[in-house]
Design a protein around this ligand. Structure first.
Ligand code: PMP
Length: 441
């Protein structure tokens, strides 16, 4: 009997014993193509020498130095590189151990900023339905995934949730893409006015929605309108790029494609590429400046903030991304992926939507394509697909539809950027075999 909490109580997963490029290998020697990079984590694959060497070198130098006393060379260098390439005027970095911690830090910094600025009445956070921002209580409260929140609802702080920008399911037939985006963005202004603008602290969104919708980017113009609304009312814009950042969408930062820069940006997953747990919150100078001039320190902290070994891994990952121009590679491979997905599944009567950007793609399955009716959740399409694909040696990230019937079962693909076109094609063949086994004909 294993004493480790497995993901699901009645299933014991295989033991991963090795990584080889885009493949994971279990104890029986079976190879799995990592078609989702775990959960959009492993952007460099599993055996990157530069990153593993950087970790070993840092361990040999100094494994840990608490940030209450020290900073470290890799943390300073990684922050410099991130800021050099970050959107807008982001110019300070706070390192944490993962995505939820980055989101928690963002929420608390937004609150502290307004207090330092003499506006302590600003305390409301607005986010979106069908979003995911993490599993710690603050991040879970921000997320709009009804199923994940349900049992913990009594413990969660109050957050308003407006509509996501989810064109496939929500755009009306008589509406242009642009008008749809403006209409849903307008919900933010309405909610700010309803709450009272002087009480609103921040708006939080994922530029490309990952874990809840499966790689859904916003339509053109949506985030520009969101930015305008935030500026009008002095509301901070927090973008959560924990899943879609670090080159995954074909841009180093996903919001670059939307032409907006946030006040606070959260990243994680691809930052450590799975080699070390690391996340970061980036903020602009006017936010940090208010804290610096005010109480002089951010009222937050975790023991492993700025961990030197994690920072060394993050620095090596960032250098790999930049030196090998991997965001461009993600863009180019993503185009290949997109055209193969359309060619292979575009005519399938149960494929409702194929979407995403770069190496971040989603397929949504429906019972009926014309009415976009999702499958009955009792059929467990997503879970069956995961199992069938895994048996075929493919790791993909399937998600069940939402219980309110607005989102169908879908599967997310987020392969390493170092995959070859042949590897991707073979993975899609495996996915096709899994889909053929699971979906009704
Ligand atoms: N934000 C987003 C957008 C995410 O996708 C995730 C993880 N799936 C998180 C936050 C939480 O990150 P972590 O699991 O590292 O805490």
């Amino acid at each position: 009997m294993s004493h480790v909490f497995p993901r699901h109580c009645h299933t014991q997963p295989p033991v991963a014993v090795a990584g080889d490029g885009c493949f994971l290998i279990d104890a029986s020697g079976k190879r799995y193509f990592d078609g989702s990079g775990g959960a959009a984590v492993s952007c460099l694959g599993h055996s990157n020498d530069r990153v593993t060497q950087a970790i070993k070198d840092q361990l040999d130098a100094v494994a840990f130095a608490h940030t209450g006393f020290f900073t470290s060379e890799p943390a300073e260098q990684l922050a410099d590189l991130l800021i050099k390439h970050a959107p807008g005027d982001l110019d300070r970095v706070y390192f944490v151990s993962g995505g939820s911690e980055a989101v928690e830090a963002a929420i608390k910094l937004a609150r502290q900023f307004h207090i330092e600025n003499g506006q302590p009445e600003r305390r409301h956070l607005i986010a979106r339905r069908q979003s995911y921002h993490g599993n710690t209580l603050g991040a879970l409260a921000a997320g709009g995934n009804a199923w994940r929140r349900q049992q913990f609802a009594p413990l969660l702080v109050d957050v308003s949730h407006i509509a996501p920008c989810y064109e496939y399911a929500e755009r009306r037939a008589d509406e242009s893409q642009f008008d749809y985006g403006q209409r849903v963005a307008q919900e933010l202004e309405e909610e700010i006015l309803r709450l009272g603008p002087e009480t609103v602290m921040a708006f939080m969104a994922e530029p490309v929605v990952g874990a809840t919708l499966g790689a859904v980017p916003a339509v053109e113009g949506y985030f520009k309108r969101i930015r305008e609304i935030c500026d009008t009312y002095g509301v901070l814009l927090i973008l959560d790029e924990v899943m879609c950042g670090m080159g995954r969408t074909g841009h180093l930062f996903a919001c670059d494609a939307d032409g907006v820069a946030p006040d606070i940006l959260c990243i994680a997953k691809g930052l450590g590429a799975g080699y070390q747990p690391i996340g970061a919150m980036l903020c602009s100078d006017h936010i940090y400046g208010a804290v610096e001039r005010g109480s002089g320190f951010f009222q937050h902290g975790h023991t492993y903030v700025g961990h030197p070994v994690a920072a060394a891994a993050g620095l090596a990952v960032m250098q790999e991304l930049l030196d090998r121009d991997l965001p461009s590679r993600a863009h180019q491979l993503g185009q290949h992926l997109e055209s193969r997905l359309h060619a292979m599944f575009g005519q399938n009567p149960h494929v409702g939507d194929i979407r995403g950007r770069g190496m971040f793609r989603g397929i949504e399955f429906v019972q009926d394509r014309d009415s976009k009716t999702p499958f009955d959740p009792k059929l467990g399409i997503a879970a069956k697909l995961k199992k069938a694909a895994f048996a075929e040696g493919l790791i993909c990230y399937p998600m069940p539809g939402t219980r309110d019937g607005r989102v169908g079962d879908h599967v997310m693909l987020a392969p390493p950027f170092v995959a070859t076109e042949d590897e991707l094609d073979a993975a899609l063949d495996s996915l096709q075999r899994a889909i053929n086994q699971v979906l009704p004909r």
